[in-house]
Ligand binder design. Structure first.
Ligand SMILES: NC(=O)c1ccc[n+]([C@@H]2O[C@H](COP(=O)([O-])OP(=O)(O)OC[C@H]3O[C@@H](n4cnc5c(N)ncnc54)[C@H](OP(=O)(O)O)[C@@H]3O)[C@@H](O)[C@H]2O)c1
Length: 334
């Protein structure tokens, strides 16, 4: 007769094995970047390279011998991330820690000055850094903009425009904007881009729907920025594309999710949540795969072109560009 101890042990072990198999089966549909060329001599600049998808992207680029600038809000975290990668990969590539706070126009300008003094060209700019905070926190950038718009969109908008000449010197070069398919839930109200109304409602606990409009809107702005810039730069040798890494286990939701959310959502997470490394595959594809050289203005997911469900509008696109420029010039919310 089988002892009760064996049964007690067998049940959880079987459940764990079954869950592992389900996850393995599920992850077969998550594409991998197959490009493996040597990237010696190429300079990549990644914002937010100390954590999550940016960190995993940097790690692979280093393995492929690239030079990677870690543009990070916290220079200590940048150095720690570099030390961690160096422990695993003592040789290959070059890792450069630099301080960049995308929530401050002054920090962006200082950063660009240092980049221009130290590097002749940038081959690939990866706008990866991002924030996700509860709307009720009413978080703002140093210049007073709603945090998601300020960091995820405005900071990268300004940084990219300041670095265009450096990308021109490296043509064929690339700009990769890490967005999300959540952009499809975005809705731009040009009378209230800083979301004052929705933030006040959130503070009173009267939020409609589950999604965070600050985050979704900023990811929509990412895609509009990509589309505008791609058409402006068409024919110059600088390709501009955006991508969604998929739903990944990173630090992004640290301010929004508690430990019990992870337990409650465990089955969903198991089926849909990728590791940061799995999430980095599409970013790497957009940044390095030769099959898409010369393709610009596209959105990628799972290493393939993705047709957004959002109905893009040229007037909205132009207006966002103009308003972004005005906000940077004014250095305060309009
Ligand atoms: N994770 C997902 O499920 C998912 C899904 C779709 C799209 N994305 C996108 O993927 C990108 C990477 O996010 P992740 O998931 O890897 O999250 P993460 O682990 O939290 O990494 C985000 C990075 O952005 C940096 N950052 C935040 N604010 C910054 C600022 N003001 N200046 C400079 N850097 C700043 C963070 O620095 P600190 O470490 O100092 O905070 C961190 O290095 C984001 O654009 C996100 O929107 C993620």
């Amino acid at each position: 007769m089988v002892s009760s101890h064996v049964v007690y042990a067998a049940v959880p072990i079987s459940v764990i094995v079954a869950l592992g198999l389900i996850r393995k089966w599920r992850s077969r549909s998550w594409a991998k970047c197959t490009s493996n060329t040597c990237l010696r001599g190429k300079t990549f600049l990644i914002t937010g390279a100390n954590s999550g998808i940016g960190y995993e992207t940097a790690k692979t680029l280093i393995r492929r011998k690239a030079r990677v600038i870690f543009a990070c809000r916290d220079i200590t975290k940048a150095k720690e991330a570099i030390a961690e990668i160096r422990k695993e990969q003592p040789s290959g590539g070059e890792l450069i820690p630099m301080q960049l706070d995308l929530s401050s126009f002054e920090s962006i300008e200082n950063f660009v000055e240092v980049v221009k003094a130290g590097f002749h060209k940038i081959d690939v700019l990866i706008n990866n850094a991002g924030v996700y905070v509860p709307l009720k926190d009413d978080a703002k950038t140093k210049d007073g903009f709603e945090l998601h718009m300020g960091v995820n969109h405005l900071g990268h908008f300004y940084l990219t425009n300041l670095l265009i000449d450096h990308l021109r010197r490296a043509t064929p070069s690339r700009i990769v904007i890490v967005s999300s398919t959540l952009h499809e839930q975005g809705k731009l109200n040009f009378d209230d881009l800083n979301l004052r109304n929705e933030i006040e409602l959130a503070k009173k606990g009267k939020v409609k729907g589950r999604h965070n409009p600050g985050y979704s809107n900023s990811k929509l702005m990412n895609v509009y920025f990509m589309r505008s810039l791609a058409s402006q730069l068409r024919g110059t040798g600088i390709d501009v594309n955006a991508c969604c890494p998929g739903f990944c286990s990173t630090n992004l939701f640290r301010n929004a999710l508690r430990w019990y959310h992870y337990i409650l959502m465990a089955p969903v997470l198991l089926m849909f949540m990728r590791s940061a490394q799995q999430g980095s595959e599409t970013v790497l594809f957009c940044a390095t795969d030769y099959s898409i050289e010369g393709k610009t203005g596209k959105f990628y997911r799972d290493c393939a072109e993705y047709n957004s469900k959002y109905l893009f509008d040229k007037t909205e696109e132009t207006k966002l560009w103009e308003v972004s420029e005005q906000m940077i010039k004014a250095r305060k919310p309009l």
